[in-house]
Design a protein around this ligand. Structure first.
Ligand SMILES: [Ca+2]
Ligand SMILES: [Ca+2]
Ligand SMILES: [Ca+2]
Length: 369
C-alpha cells in the first residue's frame, strides 16, 4: 500500500465484542516502530514509514537508494543517496538550482568571480576569456598580451605592414617614416618631402650655379662651378666664353664648347625588371654630315660608409648616329652620388670640329622607397 512515498502497514482488527473503536495509536499499543507514523482508523490502524523509506521484511523502515534505481540527476552530476532522499552533486562549472538540489544549472562565472583581463564569455559548464583587438589571450587564459603585429608580419609571407619602419605599440602598431618623409594619410606609406620646393633645403649659396635636387627622403645640393673661360648659361650649363676658336687653335678646339649638368635620382636598390633602365639621352647637333663619337667616364663617386660605390661598368652607353643613351645596369645601393661625364666629339667630313660634355650626376637615395 503506497501513498505519497509513504509506506503503510495496516492492521485490521475484528471488534465483534464492541462497536467502539480502539485507538491503538493514542494508547500507544500499536506495533508501529519508533520511526513509523501510526494512523488510527475505525476498526484498525496503520504504520507509515517516513518519505524515502520502504517497509522492510521485518516491518522496519529501510531507506530507499534512489541512486541505485531511478533518479533525476543528469549526466552532469553524481547522485548521492541520503537517508530518506538523495541529491545531485554537480560537475565543476555547474551548481544546484536554488532550492532544488536535484537539478544542476550552469554557473555564470562571468558575472561572478571569473578573472578575465578584458572580456568574458559564459559557456555551458565553463567560461572563456576574450581579448580586445590587438591582443591575444596569454598562457594563463585570463590575461591579454599585446600582439606584435610588426614581428608577425615580418615572419609571415603577407609582406610588410609599413613602407617605413613598423613600431609595435600596446594594442596596435604604427608606421614611422625617416626624416625627409611625411606619413601618408593611410599611415602606411612614406611620402617624400620636396625640400627644394618647401624651402627646408639649405644649400650653400642659393643663387646662380647652385642646384637643389630633390631626392626621395632627402635632397642634394650641387654647386656648378664653371671652369675658367666658361660662363653660366641658363641654370645647368657652362658655355665656353670664346664661342669660336681661332683657326688652327687646337687647344681651344679641344676644350668643350659647353658643359651641361644633368641630375638623375632614383631610390636605393632600384628594381631592374629588364636588367637595365635608361637614364639619359644626349642628342647631337643638327649639322649636315656630322659624325658623333661618344666617350663615357666616371668622374667620381661619393658613397656612404658600407655602401658599394658605383663602377663605370654599371653604366652602359648606346650611341647611334644622332644620339647616345646612357643606361643603368646595376641596382645601386644608396646613399651615394656618382658623377659621369659623357663627351661627345663632333666631326664633319672627317674633320674634328669640337666637343661637348654632359655631366650626369646620379643621386641614389638612402631608402628603397
Ligand atoms: Ca558557465
Ligand atoms: Ca601591438
Ligand atoms: Ca626630398
Amino acid at each position: 500500500m503506497l501513498s505519497d512515498g509513504h509506506v503503510k502497514q495496516s492492521v485490521l482488527r475484528l471488534a465483534l465484542s464492541s462497536r467502539v473503536d480502539l485507538d491503538e495509536c493514542a494508547r500507544n499499543i500499536s506495533k508501529c516502530g519508533s520511526d513509523q507514523t501510526c494512523s488510527n482508523f475505525y476498526g484498525g490502524y496503520s504504520c507509515q514509514c517516513p518519505a524515502g523509506h520502504r517497509l522492510g521484511t521485518d516491518n522496519t523502515c529501510v531507506d530507499i537508494d534512489e541512486c541505485a534505481y531511478s533518479n533525476t540527476c543528469s549526466i552532469l552530476s553524481t547522485c548521492v543517496n541520503t537517508p530518506g532522499s538523495y541529491h545531485c552533486v554537480c560537475s565543476p562549472g555547474f551548481r544546484n538550482a536554488p532550492s532544488n538540489d536535484k537539478v544542476c544549472v550552469d554557473v555564470d562565472e562571468c558575472s561572478e568571480d571569473a578573472a578575465c583581463e578584458h572580456g568574458c564569455v559564459n559557456t555551458w559548464g565553463g567560461y572563456r576569456c576574450t581579448c580586445g583587438r590587438g591582443y591575444e589571450l596569454g598562457k594563463d587564459n585570463s590575461t591579454c598580451v599585446d600582439i606584435d603585429e610588426c614581428a608577425l608580419a615580418a615572419s609571415s609571407r603577407r609582406g610588410r605592414l609599413c613602407v617605413g619602419t613598423c613600431v609595435n605599440t600596446a594594442g596596435t602598431y604604427r608606421c614611422q617614416c625617416p626624416p625627409g618623409y611625411r606619413e601618408s594619410d593611410d599611415g602606411r606609406s612614406c611620402i617624400d618631402i620636396d625640400e627644394c620646393e618647401s624651402g627646408e633645403a639649405t644649400c650653400a649659396r642659393p643663387g646662380p650655379g647652385e642646384v637643389c635636387q630633390n631626392t626621395r627622403g632627402s635632397y642634394h645640393c650641387h654647386t656648378i662651378q664653371c671652369p675658367d673661360g666658361y660662363r653660366l648659361d641658363g641654370k645647368h650649363t657652362c658655355k665656353r666664353i670664346a664661342e669660336y676658336c681661332p683657326v688652327r687653335d687646337n687647344s681651344c678646339l679641344r676644350r668643350p664648347s659647353a658643359y651641361s649638368y644633368n641630375f638623375i635620382t632614383f631610390v636605393s636598390n632600384i628594381y631592374l625588371p629588364s636588367g637595365s633602365v635608361d637614364l639619359f639621352t644626349v642628342h647631337g647637333p643638327s649639322l649636315a654630315e656630322a659624325q658623333l663619337d661618344f666617350e663615357l667616364g666616371l668622374v667620381g663617386v661619393q658613397a656612404a660608409p658600407g655602401v658599394q660605390p658605383a663602377r663605370l661598368s654599371c653604366f652602359d652607353m648606346r650611341p647611334t648616329a644622332r644620339q647616345c643613351t646612357i643606361s643603368l645596369l646595376c641596382s645601386l645601393a644608396g646613399p651615394q652620388v656618382a658623377e659621369l661625364e659623357l663627351t661627345m666629339s663632333v666631326y664633319q667630313r672627317d674633320q674634328y670640329i669640337g666637343n661637348m660634355v654632359a655631366r650626369i650626376i646620379v643621386i641614389v637615395s638612402e631608402y628603397n622607397y
